[in-house]
Design a protein. Structure first.
Length: 687
């Protein structure tokens, strides 16, 4: 046995924390490069149509301007299959705000000033940006599910709930905006990108530019936040790389302004969800349905799979879930923290609160009564499902037992007071292909190489903890390198899979190392090098794997103004082993904070006349600030799940946001007696 203290589970400080607070951590456009050129995008001012004329004369005359790249002079892409990424390849316009030219100059100020001088003429086509459930051109996404007979069960049910819930288009507000430094030199491309996955970016660029993967180098050691939109490549990345081709070997730096990021990196799709629930007289669900209509784009389909959690949350023999997409002349939606589960659980968990009341049951008791033995969707047993434990533990700590269920009866001065609960869930996803290499050195030190990314989550630190335990080494003997395609291939930070995929590859490499150099034996002079990979999980297909949680919220609603405050939240989660108690708690707390923001603030207003978001900045697109967030407490229950992966982890990046908005909404109902079914809960909806 090793004498090293196990570090998984402890609250290790973020290893790169000091570099970050001292300003030594380099972000995408801070890496030192020689003689950079600054790029600024020109964006389309129509939502649909084509460019008939583009006059770059005045822009080119601006001092310091080097080039204006348009569809007339842009290098040709090797692949234009993806309409979102076929940047500057044709005069066609698919959404307002789409990049239609790149101005290159000696300073970012010159580039930005000159971008305003590019004159564009359009042949405008009629656009359509209106999301509604009764459009006759909705298209089916291919993930409908049906069990039993929902309609017949609703007819037979003693209690029926049938209501429509809506969630708005939302946007990513990462601290570091999407940004890229791109350098072409002798046929090889180097990109410093603000990305959730360096190899994802490399693979996208390999296809788009027809270059061999060996000739594309993507670097992202530090990333200032990513909530999904930094997973897939977006148009600005292609624009930067095309522009760099024109001025090579000079590097090109492109930073999106906050306003530009609204259309260019994709929103969370708006949803309209019709939830139908049927129950018998004892409050056992007999029917569960969710018909989802979600915003998609004419350029490319994206399915916000909001119905997915409805498939597996509660027992009911009759179930139907449908997804229909509206292909609008809007930017292509993208992943945003718990895509699908987040808006889907807002609808389902608000409906569950309404149904509990209709059945005359406490909302916790109602959920416990409908706890399934096996996953109703797949029929598989759960590898672990501790929702009930979370609900009970949360109820105890939150003081739920004293709750008077009558709505609109508690006052604190001018404020109405209420409490609410909702469940949370997120699947244990996995992606294949990640590799990790370990160099063991004769002095007892280890270097671990893996192309993972830390988007601010603490993943870098957590992987170092996992490596240290797997190697039986002290933490300070292990150095993990991430964020570079020169390192072994890794999947990106997405779907809460990072620790599962990357950690499993590291554990596999450590196991191989021990086969070569058994513990206690000296490492040969010159060291030992092994590479491992994320193994196929032998348990997959045999167990249903999800994390769960219980979210509690206390709200105060002002009697006269309808203002909602959230002084207190509690989240109790069951997410397998938590690798780092500090950064893990921060992930869950951050998710809940984003959930309060979703509940009360976030909403893009699309102007139907022009097809753009009118509140496309942080002044008018509100995200929760410190003053909006009260006391948020996070904890988890011990959960030992031997099926998910060798570390017993389930993923925590997205779980914390799921259900949080419903808990707030349910508390608002308890405070006021008013049920809000469309987010965000703005004061006008309560007056
Ligand atoms: Mo997450 S939306 O998969 O980055």
């Amino acid at each position: 046995m090793s004498t090293a203290t196990r570090v998984v589970g402890t609250a290790v400080d973020r290893l790169e924390g000091e570099a970050k607070v001292r300003g030594r951590a380099l972000y995408a456009t801070e890496h030192p490069v020689d003689d950079p050129v600054f790029a600024h995008l020109v964006q389309s001012r129509i939502a649909r149509g084509r460019i008939t004329g583009i006059d770059t004369g005045a822009a080119l005359e601006e001092p310091g301007v080097l080039d204006v790249v348009t569809h007339h002079n842009a290098p040709e892409l090797a692949s234009t299959d993806d309409a979102e990424l076929a940047v500057l390849q044709s005069p066609d316009v698919g959404y307002r705000g789409q990049p239609i030219a790149v101005v290159l100059a000696e300073s970012s100020e010159s580039a930005r000033a000159a971008a305003g001088l590019v004159r564009v003429e359009y042949e405008q086509a009629e656009h359509d940006v209106h999301l509604s459930a009764d459009r006759d051109d909705l298209v089916a996404a291919d993930d409908d599910r049906e069990q039993g007979d929902l309609d017949a069960a609703l007819v037979r049910a003693d209690v029926v709930h049938d209501a429509v819930y809506t969630t708005p288009q939302e946007h990513h507000i990462a601290l570091e905006p999407h940004a890229t430094t791109a350098v072409w030199s002798e046929g090889a491309l180097t990109v410093y990108d603000s990305t959730q996955g360096v190899h994802w970016v490399r693979d996208a660029l390999t296809d788009l530019f027809g270059v061999d993967p060996e000739n594309v180098h993507v670097v992202a050691p530090h990333v200032g936040g990513g909530f999904g939109s930094k997973g897939p490549a977006h148009a600005h990345l292609v624009a930067a790389v095309l522009a760099a081709q024109r001025v090579q070997p000079r590097p090109v730096k492109l930073v999106l302004t906050r306003q530009q990021s609204f259309p260019i990196v994709g929103p969370r799709a708006a949803t309209i969800q019709r939830i139908r629930l049927g129950a018998d007289a004892e409050g056992h669900l007999t029917a569960v349905g969710n018909d989802v209509v979600a915003q998609s784009a004419r350029l490319k389909d994206f399915t916000e799979q909001a119905g997915t959690p409805t498939a597996m949350m509660y027992a009911a023999p009759n179930r139907r879930i449908t997804h229909r997409l509206a292909r609008l002349d809007l930017p292509v939606p993208t992943w945003m923290r718990a895509p699908g589960e987040c808006p889907g659980m807002f609808a389902l968990e608000t409906a569950m609160d309404e149904m509990a009341i209709a059945c005359g049951l406490d909302p916790i008791e109602f959920r416990i009564r409908n706890e399934p033995d096996t996953d109703p969707d797949s029929g598989l047993p759960y590898s672990s499902r501790n929702l009930v434990v979370c609900l009970r533990e949360g109820a105890r700590r939150f003081g739920w037992a004293d709750r008077d269920p009558a709505p609109g009866t508690r006052r604190a001065g001018e404020w109405l007071v209420g409490t609410g609960v909702a469940a949370s869930t997120y699947p244990v996803n996995s992606m294949p292909g990640t590799q990790a290499t370990i160099h063991a050195q004769p002095d007892g030190r280890y270097r671990v190489l893996i192309g993972a990314t830390d988007i601010g989550t603490g993943a870098w630190t957590a992987l170092t903890q996992i490596a240290a335990d797997a190697l039986g080494a002290e933490l300070d003997r292990v150095t993990v390198s991430i964020g570079d395609t020169d390192l072994p291939w890794a999947s990106g930070a997405g779907g809460s899979t990072g620790i599962t995929c990357w950690g499993s590859a590291i554990v596999d490499a450590a196991r191989r190392l021990r086969e070569e150099v058994p513990e206690g034996q000296p490492v040969p002079e010159g060291g030992a090098v092994v590479t491992g990979a994320t193994p196929d999980n032998p348990h997959s297909g045999q167990w249903s794997m999800h994390s769960f949680g219980a979210q509690f919220a206390e709200v105060r609603v002002h009697r006269d103004t309808g203002e909602v405050r959230v002084p207190r939240m509690l989240g109790i989660f069951a997410a397998g082993r938590i690798v780092n108690a500090k950064t893990g708690a921060s992930q869950l707390l951050g998710g809940m904070t984003m959930g309060v923001s979703m509940a009360l603030h976030e909403q893009a207003h699309v102007d139907p006349r022009f097809g753009h978001v009118i509140n496309q900045d942080m002044e008018k697109y509100h995200v929760a600030s410190c003053a909006d967030i009260g006391d948020v407490e996070v904890d988890w229950v011990d959960e030992d799940d031997p099926h998910v992966n060798p570390m017993g982890t389930k993923g925590i990046g997205e779980l914390g946001i799921v259900g949080a908005a419903a808990a707030v909404d349910n508390a608002v109902h308890h405070a006021t007696g008013t049920r809000v079914r469309d987010l965000p809960i703005t004061p006008d909806k309560l007056l």
